[in-house]
Design a protein around this ligand. Structure first.
Ligand code: ATP
Length: 320
């Protein structure tokens, strides 16, 4: 954008986008395209990534990680080039925006990297929305969701937020009703698990058993009933994640973390997505905070959060 003196003036659009917990995740057979069909209920939780997109006079896309990130990123591999999901999102937006400029993306990381909470996907969703505003692309939420699905299965949900059923590879979303806020404690591991490796491990475990994999996979209506009723105890009885056994096969200590949470007052614990983050469901906000405190006391990286929360949204738009 040019100022009245004909000089370039930069603009920064800042967007926050939530991480997610899969309240249920059923995994179907491997599809010919190499992906698994899934049936999942996503819940957006109050742990947010932030992307500040600043227009630059020189062309191109650059990415940096903000020093305000709350994660310990020592030794964590986050590519800053064309492999970064936020970079990919900006590139896709530049292709469809007539007024595209160069852009610098500064990402504030709070969602554990490779933690099964869709952190990179949240960065991509935030970047889509930020670049849409920065370049006045004027895309509808539907058009943005379409681009989001090209970037990854979890990206459309971070745009949408709330609670939603995801079919296909998780990208065919329909919003679901959740009557009340649910309180959770996230226990973050100091390492990541590769999502493709967790799926491959599940296939191997299933092959060894020789049991038939349900096809098509469906969401258990009891999950949706429990969310509609807003009753955490009812929800705790039906939480399910088909990937959990594979994550535990790769990282057996996750079973102990779930046990520790449950013996310290959690209603139930589950591996979030492909893990290794553990999501412990609590009775209410007070018990979530007490549980998080107790787990931190025992040396774990634990955080009380709640959901559902809204999807990606603009938090500031500033001319510099
Ligand atoms: P999901 O639950 O969607 O499978 P995840 O939350 O387990 O994903 P991410 O944190 O999104 O995992 O990142 C997985 C890998 O993707 C990282 O190890 C990293 O190499 C790469 N990556 C690409 N872009 C990003 C990004 N913006 N933030 C973090 N990692 C990224």
């Amino acid at each position: 954008m040019k100022n009245p003196h004909g000089r370039f003036s930069a603009r920064t659009v800042r967007v926050k986008a939530p991480g997610k917990v899969n309240v249920s995740l059923n995994v179907g057979p491997l599809r010919p395209d190499g992906y698994h069909s899934v049936a999942s209920v996503y819940l957006a939780v109050s742990l947010y990534e932030e992307v500040a997109a600043t227009s630059t006079e020189t062309g191109g896309i650059t990415v940096s990680i903000s020093p305000n990130s709350t994660l310990d990123l020592d030794g964590v591999d986050i590519p800053l080039d064309g492999r970064n999901l936020a970079y990919k999102a900006a590139a896709i937006m530049a292709d469809v925006s007539e007024q595209a400029t160069g852009v610098h993306l500064e990402i504030t990381k709070r969602v554990p990297v490779a933690g099964g909470m869709g952190g990179g996907s949240a960065d991509a969703a935030a970047t889509l929305l930020a670049c849409d505003a920065l370049w006045n692309s004027g895309l509808s939420r539907e058009e943005l969701a379409h681009l989001a699905a090209e970037l990854g299965a979890d990206v459309p949900f971070s745009l949408l937020g709330g609670t939603a059923v995801g079919l296909g590879v998780g990208d065919e979303l329909s919003p679901a009703l959740a009557k009340a806020q649910m309180d959770w404690v996230l226990v973050c591991a100091g390492y990541g698990l590769s999502t493709p490796e967790v799926f491959r491990t599940l296939d191997r475990l299933r092959d060894a058993e020789g049991l038939e994999v349900p096809d098509p996979v469906e969401v258990d209506p009891k999950i949706l009933q429990a969310l509609r009723s807003g009753d955490p105890e009812a929800l705790s009885r039906v939480l399910i994640n088909d990937l959990q056994r594979a994550s535990i096969d790769l990282a057996p200590q996750l079973r102990d973390t779930i046990g520790l949470g449950e013996s310290n007052g959690a209603l139930a614990g589950i591996v979030s997505g492909s893990g290794p983050t553990i999501a412990l469901l609590a009775h209410n906000t007070g018990s979530a905070e007490a549980l998080a405190e107790e787990l931190r006391h025992l040396g774990h990286d634990a955080l009380a959060v709640h959901g559902p929360v809204p999807g990606a949204r603009i938090i500031s738009d500033t001319l510099l």
